[in-house]
Design a protein around this ligand. Structure first.
Ligand SMILES: NC(=O)c1ccc[n+]([C@@H]2O[C@H](COP(=O)([O-])OP(=O)(O)OC[C@H]3O[C@@H](n4cnc5c(N)ncnc54)[C@H](O)[C@@H]3O)[C@@H](O)[C@H]2O)c1
Ligand SMILES: O=P(O)(O)OC[C@H]1O[C@H](O[C@H]2[C@H](O)[C@@H](O)[C@@H](O)O[C@@H]2CO)[C@H](O)[C@@H](O)[C@@H]1O
Ligand SMILES: [Mn+2]
Length: 441
């Protein structure tokens, strides 16, 4: 059985240890001979790599680890690039979240002005990684989950149309695990779903078990009462802010009782509620820096200091097993059915053919084949037209270095109240993003 080489772009990511442990847990299904970490922050990556070295020695000494900041080393002779970079790191996420709040607008990592600013930072860096892969390993596949996935996906569609790229998000996966638990199933994998939307902006329209029985009525019932909250402690997110997001799905679903929603829609339907409950001095970025980042880097340092991972609290990122499912689908032509962010091309028959939509796909060696979701209702179509326009305008603003188009993107966003507020936010974001955005004229 072939043994694969994986390049993890963003080796210093807080998600890298959990993904590595998940890969080690799937060696039967997806054997690996080498893992390469690539990052543009050598010191950050070194801590994750130092711990990973020890983990591999103890669990999989046959797997070689290479940690590098050199693109040729990282992207040569590789089979898959798993990309999870964060341009500007959490410090810039903090700006993305706090600047809009200063103007009374939702401050969020991937939604609204925060997502727009993040997109303007991410596009260039992700395209650079794709170009490295195309140069050094043209037959490899780029599995992207660097955010903001909607804008990055539109940029790769438009600016790298011939590269082997798959864009994916784990929000639906996390929500489906909660749905499964809510109705007494042991895993989301017992369900088959119909779904349509944009990334972080979608709805489940069909949910069946493997025998074809309709599960949507039970799940709708649960969500209409409790959102995605279940009493299964092990599935609850460690942070209260996430659990309040899962609860809020109840109010989001009220807008369309026929379906169940992606949790991110709450930022578009209830921006006033989100702003009112936000602390402009301490946002999600601060929670992550004080929580996940401190925990991961603390655990990795402990492993380095003790030279053993035996007592480590690092755990497998189970939900990240979708990454193995995706890589296996490409490698072994498994025809896995997965939600991916793909060019519409008629999958949603009454929506822009060039939009990057999130729909179920059958994935095999030639990539994703979208499953048609038919015509979508006026309500969802109207919301998605507005949102996809934002995403496309951001990519155009990047492509042409256009201040005007970026101002238009902010003005079109459902959660920005006026062109004046849009411009005020834009000018503040522009100031702090000078090191990252292309020059705008
Ligand atoms: N698609 C999804 O559903 C999903 C789910 C979770 C996380 N993510 C994304 O995964 C990414 C990582 O998240 P995190 O919280 O671990 O971030 P993090 O800041 O901990 O790690 C990101 C790493 O990327 C590195 N980096 C930044 N720019 C780079 C570049 N140009 N080249 C190489 N490396 C670069 C940073 O130095 C850092 O080590 C983020 O984009 C996050 O939004 C996406
Ligand atoms: O605020 P963060 O950094 O904790 O999370 C932001 C990301 O949230 C989603 O990913 C979740 C995932 O959906 C959930 O199941 C669990 O595994 O945690 C992940 C990361 O916290 C979303 O899909 C990502 O795009 C966001 O970046
Ligand atoms: Mn996501």
């Amino acid at each position: 059985m072939k043994q694969f080489t994986i390049t993890i772009a963003g080796g210093g990511s807080t998600f890298t240890p959990g993904i590595v442990l998940m890969l080690l847990d799937n060696q039967e299904k997806f054997p690996i001979k080498e893992i390469k970490f690539y990052d543009n922050d050598e010191a950050r990556q070194a801590t994750i790599a130092g711990a990973t070295e020890v983990i591999l020695q103890e669990k999989a000494p046959n797997i070689k680890l290479t940690a590098t900041t050199d693109p040729e080393t990282a992207f040569s002779n590789t089979d898959f690039v798993m990309a999870h970079i964060r341009t500007g790191k959490y410090a810039m996420r903090e700006q993305d979240e706090k600047i809009p709040l200063k103007h009374g607008v939702v401050g969020q990592e991937t939604c609204g002005p925060g997502g727009i600013a993040y997109g303007m930072r991410s596009i260039g860096d992700v395209l650079e990684l794709v170009d490295y892969m195309d140069k050094y390993s043209p037959d490899a596949w780029f599995l992207n989950y660097s955010n903001p996935a909607a804008i990055v996906a539109e940029a790769t569609r438009k600016l790298r149309p011939h590269s082997n790229i798959l864009n994916i998000c784990d929000m639906p996966i996390g929500i489906e695990e909660l749905m499964a638990d809510a109705i007494g199933l042991s895993s989301r994998k017992e369900m088959e779903v119909d779904y349509f939307g944009l990334n972080h902006f979608g709805w489940w329209t069909g949910i069946r078990d493997k025998a074809g029985n309709d599960l949507l009525p039970q799940i709708r019932e649960h969500v209409s009462k409790y959102g995605y909250v279940t009493d299964n402690e092990s599935l609850q997110h460690s942070d209260a802010s996430w659990n309040s997001t899962f609860a809020k799905a109840k109010d989001v679903q009220a807008l369309d009782p026929e379906t169940v929603p992606n949790t991110y829609l709450k930022y578009y339907f209830y921006p006033d509620h989100e702003v009112a409950k936000s602390d402009a001095s301490y946002t999600r970025a601060n929670e992550v820096m004080d929580g996940r980042e401190k925990f991961i880097f603390g655990e990795c340092q402990k492993i380095i200091d003790s030279q053993t991972a035996k007592d480590s609290e690092l755990h497998i990122d189970e939900h990240a097993s979708y990454i193995v499912d995706l890589a296996r689908a490409i490698a072994y032509n498994t025809k896995e059915r997965m939600l991916l962010i793909v060019e519409n091309n008629g999958a949603i028959s009454n929506f822009d053919a060039t939009a990057m939509v999130e729909v179920p796909c059958i994935v095999g060696s030639k990539g994703p084949e979208p499953l048609t979701q038919g015509e979508i209702p006026r309500f969802h179509k109207g919301l998605m037209e507005q949102q996809v326009t934002v995403e496309k305008l951001v990519v155009e603003a990047f492509e042409y270095g256009s201040y005007q188009k970026l101002w238009q993107a902010l003005t079109v966003s459902k959660i920005v109240p006026s062109a004046k507020v849009a411009k005020d936010i834009l000018d503040d974001l522009l100031e702090v993003n000078k090191p990252y955005w292309p020059e705008l004229t």
